[in-house]
Design a protein around this ligand. Structure first.
Ligand code: ASP
Ligand code: MG
Length: 467
């Protein structure tokens, strides 16, 4: 089970977390993975930034971090008990460490390595605290820092897990625990791991999700695993409620569909989580921490329902730019395409959509609007595209709408229906494309029509009961 920062923000939420743990412990063995207490990761980032400065304001942040944790410790653990004293001692020692690292940073140049080291303290503190609390109320639990079992590459700040190395370490360390008759609850820190040479790395913001998925992946051979993510939300919705007031919860969804949703901006889980879980072939659940025993939650599975026709969800990206490159001559565009995409790739531009006319002298692609200026100057200054053969047009007022569902593979006529639906509502479609997986259809529309388009498509494809 993964518990996010909002499950650990004060005395009450710690208690709720533990009552959920108690309930599930009756049915199965549990591994608990925890994020930092709500807001602490941001504060640690800020501490890192401040430490790079000569002014001393970083100390103030450490004071706040100390206060926040010690308050919870005193509320949760009996005063003068060894649990309370140990936790305060642990907290003090770690804040002292942070202070020292801050000093080192002040003398050195800023580095991503030290930033990761600093932010990892958030998870270290919260997880230690939860573990001690569990022990104090009679559960045997063991605190396991994740740098001892999760290996990653050295892309600090956004490290990539090394699954094989990790699997070995996890099985050495966790499997005996799970197999022992007097099983203890393993409380494992989320968000961070370490490189092969043992430097702390983080998995990117929201990385505790990924930690949980990696652990289940590593244990899949010997145990039947499931990951439950306890969140502020009940799961995936079928449309953004800010855009359409008919949004409902998706109770069942496949990994491939969830990945499409994530690509188009629905950020419920860390993006790599879905890949790792799909690879590990175990199910996941997203459940609301605020309503833990409801049957309203999202279950993510490998299989998708082939018999359900049509569309599961509609999603969108609001602020995009569309670039059209037109060749005035009959220069063959296959070469042009590869030149174009290498150029964009080398400059770290993500492309959200591509379409090429069959006459091959016209390529359209869609990029985040914030990259529009950069792409414009890249193209105009490039040897190849800057020449007079090409005309380059950039439209900064477009949005992308994606219609998602595995059932589409078996349903003919979707594209036609999209065109008619939008056409009947006076919405002009600038471009349309179907993903090769046939899991999504994408339409490009003017931004001023984005919300309307989402709503009419919702009525046409999902809410069959609407007028
Ligand atoms: N505490 C980290 C963050 O805020 C990791 C997580 O919450 O999953 O990004
Ligand atoms: Mg968090």
């Amino acid at each position: 089970m993964k518990f996010g920062g909002s499950c650990l923000k004060d005395e009450e939420s710690f208690k709720n977390t533990v009552s959920i743990i108690k309930k599930y412990l009756k049915k199965s063995k549990l591994i608990i993975v925890t994020s930092a207490i709500n807001g602490i990761t941001d504060q640690l980032m800020e501490f890192y930034e401040k430490s790079n400065d000569l002014d001393k304001k970083g100390d103030l942040i450490l004071d706040q971090i100390y206060e926040r944790h010690s308050k919870i410790i005193y509320e949760l653990l009996p005063e003068n008990s060894e649990y309370c004293e140990n936790s305060i001692e642990f907290l003090k020692q770690n804040v002292r460490d942070l202070n020292n690292i801050g000093r080192v940073i002040n003398l050195l140049r800023p580095s991503k390595n030290l930033q990761d080291l600093i932010v990892s303290y958030g998870e270290k503190l919260s997880t230690f605290l939860l573990c001690t609390y569990l022990t104090s109320i009679g559960f045997k639990s063991e605190f396991i820092p994740s740098d001892e079992i999760i290996k990653t590459d050295d892309n600090f700040g956004n490290a990539f897990p090394l699954l094989d190395d990790t699997e070995e370490l996890v099985n050495e360390r966790i499997t005996p625990l799970l197999n022992s008759s007097s099983y203890e609850i393993a409380c494992i820190t989320g968000y961070y791991g370490s490189t092969r040479d043992n430097r702390i790395t983080t998995l990117g913001r929201g990385g505790t999700d990924l930690t949980a998925a990696i652990l289940a992946y590593s244990l899949r051979t010997f145990f039947r695993c499931k990951v439950i993510y306890w969140k502020d939300v009940r799961g995936f919705l079928n449309v953004d409620p800010r855009m359409c007031d008919k949004a409902i919860l998706l109770r069942k969804i496949s990994y491939i569909e969830a990945k499409e949703l994530a690509f188009f901006g629905t950020k419920v889980l860390h993006p790599l989580c879905l890949d790792v879980s799909e690879k590990g072939k175990f199910p996941s659940e997203i459940r609301s921490f605020h309503d833990p025993y409801t049957d309203e939650f999202t279950m993510i599975n490998l299989e998708y329902a082939k018999d359900v026709p049509g569309i599961k969800a509609i999603t969108y990206i609001y602020r995009l730019s569309m670039v059209t490159i037109k060749s005035g001559t009959m220069i063959s565009l296959p070469k042009t395409a590869s030149k174009l995409f290498s150029l964009l790739d080398e400059n770290n531009i993500t492309i959200k959509f591509i379409s090429q006319s069959s006459s091959e002298n016209n390529i359209t692609f869609v990029i985040p609007m914030d990259d529009s200026m950069k792409v414009s100057s890249l193209l105009r200054n490039s040897e190849y595209f800057g020449k007079q053969w090409f005309s380059i047009k950039i439209d900064n007022n477009i949005s992308l709408i994606a219609i998602i569902g595995a059932g589409m593979m078996y349903t003919p006529g979707i594209a036609g229906k999209i065109f008619t639906t939008l056409g009947n509502n006076d919405i002009n479609v600038s471009a349309i494309a179907q993903g090769s997986s046939e899991l999504n259809f994408t339409a490009i529309v003017e931004r001023e029509n984005c919300k309307k388009a989402i709503n009419v498509l919702y009525d046409a494809f999902i809410d069959y009961n609407s007028p």
